[in-house]
Design a binder for this molecule. Structure first.
Ligand SMILES: Nc1ncnc2c1ncn2[C@@H]1O[C@H](COP(=O)(O)OP(=O)(O)OP(=O)(O)O)[C@@H](O)[C@H]1O
Length: 115
């Protein structure tokens, strides 16, 4: 049980560090807050909230993994490296894919509410 609590504490420390490290993370948290406020104003339905929560969770989790990959890559080498460039670009691409998909979901939900 103590191990479980310790793992949870480590994961919470990881979330704190990921938000402190990345400017992107702060922006994404701000965007999440904005859509939550819009949802409260437009009174999203239960299923719309499910979609929004999944989108927010996916983007933040992808950004956290991206940050972890960047940290690891920098530990491997801070010198110019084609492979490190590719690794970082692909990880950033994964965040972009989820961010764009989430943007489309948000737009569709908002348009649906306004109709
Ligand atoms: N060691 C390296 N060798 C070659 N290119 C690199 C290297 N480190 C970073 N890059 C390039 O610079 C970009 C930005 O990398 P950086 O580590 O500065 O991340 P960042 O500024 O936090 O970016 P992101 O917006 O993706 O979080 C990478 O996507 C990659 O194209």
């Amino acid at each position: 049980m103590k191990n479980r609590i310790q793992s949870f504490a480590h994961a919470l420390r990881g979330i704190r560090e990921f938000i402190a490290l990345g400017a992107n993370a702060k922006l994404q948290c701000l965007a999440a807050l904005a859509i939550i406020v819009v949802g409260l104003i437009l009174q999203f339905t239960r299923f719309e909230w499910i979609a929004v929560i999944l989108c927010i969770g996916s983007v933040l989790a992808a950004e956290a993994i991206n940050t972890a990959i960047e940290e690891l890559a920098n530990e491997v080498t801070e010198e110019k490296s084609e492979r490190i460039r590719r690794v970082k670009d692909i990880a950033a691409g994964a965040v972009l894919i989820l961010s764009l998909a989430s943007l489309v979901v948000a737009i569709l939900i908002i348009l649906n509410r306004l109709n």
